[in-house]
Write a protein that binds this ligand. Structure first.
Ligand code: ACO
Ligand code: ZN
Length: 177
C-alpha cells in the first residue's frame, strides 16, 4: 500500500495516501466531521466538549483523513495520562488510544494504518512509557490492526462497554517499533 514511505513525511504537513486522500492534523472545524464518522462507525459516542478537550490538549496526535472535498473520512485521537510509576514516587506518562475509525467505504486501503502510525509517532513526543487501548473482544479487525503495531493483549476488562461486552486491554512499550 506504500504507507511506509508516506509515514516518514512530517505530519505537520499532510500526507497523501491515494490520489485524493490526505492525512493531516485535525482542526477545530473538522470536529463535526469527526463526530459524524464516529457516530456512524462506532457505538461509543462522546459529547462535543470531549472531542474539543482532546483537540485542545493533544492536538499533535489528533489526525484526520479527508477526501477530495476535504470531508472527514477517518480520524484517530489519543490522550496522555499520568500514572504513578511502579518503582518510584514519580509519575510516568502513558499514551491512551481514545478512538480510531475509518468510514466503511474507505476501509482496507491503509488509511487506518497510516492514521495509527503517524499518531503513534506524535504521541511519543510526550515522553510516554507505554501505549494502551481497549477494544471490544469481538472486534477482530481492529485487533489485527493493533497487532500489526505490536500491541499485545494484556488483560480482559469485564463488562467494559455499556452493552456488557468485555474489552481487551492492549499494551505496548512505547519504544518498541
Ligand atoms: N478483515 C481482516 N483484517 C482486516 C480487515 C478485514 N476486513 N480490514 C482491516 N484488517 C486488518 C488487517 O490486518 C489490515 O492490515 P493489512 O491490510 O496489512 O492486512 C489492518 O487491519 C489495517 O487495515 P487498514 O486498511 O490500514 O485499516 P482501515 O483503514 O480499514 O481501518 C479500522 C481499520 C479503523 C479498524 C476500521 O476497520 C474501522 O473504522 N472499524 C470500525 C471502527 C472501529 O472498530 N474502531 C476501533 C475501535 S477500538 C478503539 O478505537 C480504541
Ligand atoms: Zn480507553
Amino acid at each position: 500500500m506504500g504507507t511506509d514511505k508516506e509515514t516518514k513525511i512530517n505530519i505537520m504537513n499532510s500526507i497523501k495516501i491515494e490520489s485524493q486522500i490526505l492525512i493531516r492534523r485535525c482542526k477545530l472545524n473538522d470536529l463535526e466531521g469527526v463526530i459524524e464518522v464516529n457516530e456512524r462507525e462506532l457505538p461509543e459516542d462522546y459529547p462535543y466538549f470531549f472531542y474539543k478537550s482532546i483537540l485542545d490538549n493533544f492536538p499533535e496526535a489528533f489526525l484526520v483523513a479527508t477526501d477530495k472535498d476535504n470531508k472527514v473520512i477517518g480520524y484517530v485521537m489519543w490522550r496522555v495520562e499520568q500514572i504513578p510509576s511502579m518503582d518510584s514516587l514519580k509519575y510516568v506518562n502513558k499514551g491512551h488510544l481514545v478512538s480510531i475509525a475509518v468510514s466503511e467505504e474507505y476501509r482496507r486501503r491503509g488509511i487506518g494504518t497510516t492514521l495509527l502510525s503517524n499518531s503513534i509517532s506524535a504521541v511519543k513526543k510526550h515522553k510516554i512509557t507505554e501505549l494502551v487501548l481497549e477494544v471490544r473482544v469481538s472486534n477482530y479487525i481492529a485487533i489485527k490492526l493493533y497487532e500489526k503495531f505490536n500491541l499485545k493483549m494484556n488483560s480482559v476488562k469485564k463488562n467494559y462497554y455499556r452493552d456488557g461486552e468485555n474489552a481487551y486491554y492492549m499494551v505496548r512499550n512505547a519504544d518498541t517499533n
